[in-house]
Design a binder for this molecule. Structure first.
Ligand code: NIG
Ligand code: FE
Length: 387
């Protein structure tokens, strides 16, 4: 079956064209065959197809690639959010209350939760999602979370080193022994990535190095949570170890920015976190101008960022972080793909997955221009129309 989508007013391909990283085509069409894109070009040159969909002069972008989420958990922390909006500070320790709720939940409850979040994300245009463990923090519970995550995405991250659990409070190094030993053994078969929260209140640089190196020795590629609550050495550790991405980067030093710009490590900014914790937004303009590759992701989790909306993150990135609408759309599609080292998503090109979002708008600019408005009209994942 060959499906042609035609009369696309503005097509963001992310295949660089004449100095435009978004590779924007006007009055375009795309051809889907067997879940992949078979042809992309001017509507006037479109090949024959079995069925034709009229995009009606709307804009189309690649499906969002949300490269950072913590969807495997139970409960919520609405009361903590409410207290924060009344002036309380965000601290890493809040993670432990979600650990208790998650340990108490059954597999089917967690599975239903995961599917619910993925449906919610798909409806908002997200077609690729990375999911981290990190609310189990025992061998059996972490194994359970990566196993359940692997049922719904190939992008699974083992984050046993999210925070030191209560039962190891006085013995953090013993917990790192557990993470790098039996827990890694149990989780590695389900995961592609190894992550650590390198921050005051979570893990030190030395502990983070142990975790990342142990994961890498088991074939998992590092990604790092760092510089979320204050400056630290996590960014430089990530770059040194060739991490795919360092995530948060709310408090970066000039040295961090220089190191990132010279590296292949992507910086994944998470505007939902600054929004929900009332922290200052990072200056994405400065980072991009320095030559850093920036991705945007939601960091969906019950503590620091309970949004699953990439359009919401795009709107903040444009309004408060100095990104242009084109940069923000690139960062949430092609940027996310870079952070996950994927070349089959985040672009609209022959051979790529047919993961497409048709907007109820003539241009991608509306994603920031019309914040909070549900602009996703139709989503295709692997060539199949959702909904
Ligand atoms: O990415 N920073 C660490 N982990 C999550 C927050 C988790 C939580 O508060 O439950 C994050 O922000
Ligand atoms: Fe996170």
């Amino acid at each position: 079956m060959r499906t042609l989508i035609t009369r696309i007013a503005e097509l963001t391909t992310n295949v660089a064209l004449d100095g435009d990283p978004c590779g924007t085509l006007v009055d375009a069409a795309v051809l889907i065959e067997d879940g992949r894109l078979a042809w992309v070009g001017a509507a006037s040159d479109a090949p024959a197809a079995d069925e034709t969909v009229d995009a009606g002069g709307r804009a189309m972008i690649p499906g969002f690639v949300d490269s950072h989420s913590h969807l495997a958990f139970a409960g919520d922390r609405a009361a903590e959010f409410e207290a924060r909006m009344a002036g309380q500070k965000y601290a890493a320790g809040g993670i432990r209350s979600t650990v208790a709720a998650t340990r108490a939940a059954g597999d089917d409850e967690l599975r239903a939760r995961l599917r619910g979040f993925l449906d919610e994300m798909l409806a908002q245009g997200t077609t690729t999602v990375e999911i981290k463990s990190g609310y189990g923090l025992s061998v059996a519970d972490e194994e359970r979370l990566v196993r359940l995550a692997a049922e719904v995405t190939p992008e699974v991250t083992f984050l046993g080193a999210h925070v030191v659990p209560t039962e190891y409070a006085d013995r953090p190094d013993a917990y790192v022994d557990l993470v790098t030993g039996p827990m890694l053994d149990a989780c590695a078969p389900y995961a592609k990535w190894i992550d650590v929260f390198c921050e005051t209140g979570a893990f030190t640089v030395a502990q983070s190095r142990r975790v990342l190196e142990a994961g890498a020795a088991r074939g998992l590629t590092p990604r790092v949570h760092a510089s979320q609550l204050g400056p630290g050495e996590g960014v430089r550790l990530a770059v040194e170890l060739g991490a795919a991405s360092i995530d948060h980067g709310t408090y970066l030093t000039d040295d961090d920015i220089g190191a990132l710009a010279r590296s292949s490590t992507v910086l994944t900014l998470l505007p939902g976190v600054e929004f929900s914790t009332r922290q200052p937004y990072p200056d994405a303009r400065r980072l991009i101008d320095a030559g850093v590759t920036v991705a945007l992701a939601c960091d969906t989790n019950p503590g620091s960022s309970f949004t699953s909306s990439m359009p919401f993150c795009i709107a903040i990135a444009v309004r408060d972080m100095g990104m242009t609408p084109a940069e923000a759309v690139w960062a949430s599609t092609a940027g996310g793909a870079r952070a996950l080292r994927r070349d089959d998503v985040g672009i609209i090109a022959p051979g790529a997955r047919a993961d497409l979002v048709l907007l109820e708008a003539p241009t991608r600019v509306h994603l920031a221009y019309r914040p909070g408005v549900p602009l996703v009209r139709q989503v295709w994942k692997d060539g199949v129309a959702a909904g």
